[in-house]
Design a protein around this ligand. Sequence first.
Ligand code: ADP
Ligand code: MG
Length: 247
Amino acid sequence: MFLSIKNLNKHFGANHVLKNVSTNLKKGEVMSVIGPSGSGKSTFLKCINFLEYPTSGTVNLDGEFIGTDQDGKLMSEKVIHKQRKKFGMVFQNFNLFWHMNLVENIIEAPIRVLKIDRNKAIEIAEDLLKKVGLIDKRNSFPKKLSGGQQQRAAIARALAMSPEVMLFDEPTSALDPETINEVLKVIEKLAIEGMTMLIVTHEINFAKKISSKIMMLDEGVVIDDTNTNDFFNSTTNRRKYSFLNQD
Ligand code: ADP
Ligand code: MG
């Protein structure tokens, strides 16, 4: 398995928010994570790249343990910081730098962190802006762009770090309805190109279309984790049924 997550637990004080969450992804696989608000979806994503430290459990990417060794012993901050770069993350709220234009937004981390030469970084940024359909906005500042454009720029910025896995946390839930599709199309393109991705989303039809697997969390427990067809064809689980059939 490319990404293997075993028995993740996360406590915030007395609040036990992830309960033995395990899953596996093959390289190039796309998994959507769904579930009610507060079920632990964001925490789950953040525990994968150690933005939050899980209380217990292990994450292994392509044979390398992330954040802890196989016995759960925490690695140094420096190692964790380095490993975190293997994961690109896109949040609900864009997180672009407001004082930089799009190219500057995208080249900042590759130059500072990966020590890529500035001209090379600009070349990569322009290719990525083409990929997300924003090359004509290369010199624009985020505040001049729509939410959908900002989110596509945020995706380009994450991709500029050449991540091995992309983590999306409700990438369209802060967007106006008319710009949701342009962002979903970019994510779909990445899926087709073989990017390994975990996507927390409320867009069930989108999840159905692009994911090979679906995981449902409820109160920190994995209710189901199976291939997309089986997930939607078997609705004998009461919680899953009521979640999928709510208005
Ligand atoms: P979801 O993304 O499914 O809505 P979250 O992962 O954000 O769920 O939250 C799961 C639970 O963890 C909630 O009860 C939330 O209040 C709690 N939680 C999340 N982040 C923190 C934090 N940094 N500190 C304390 N509690 C948190
Ligand atoms: Mg969340």
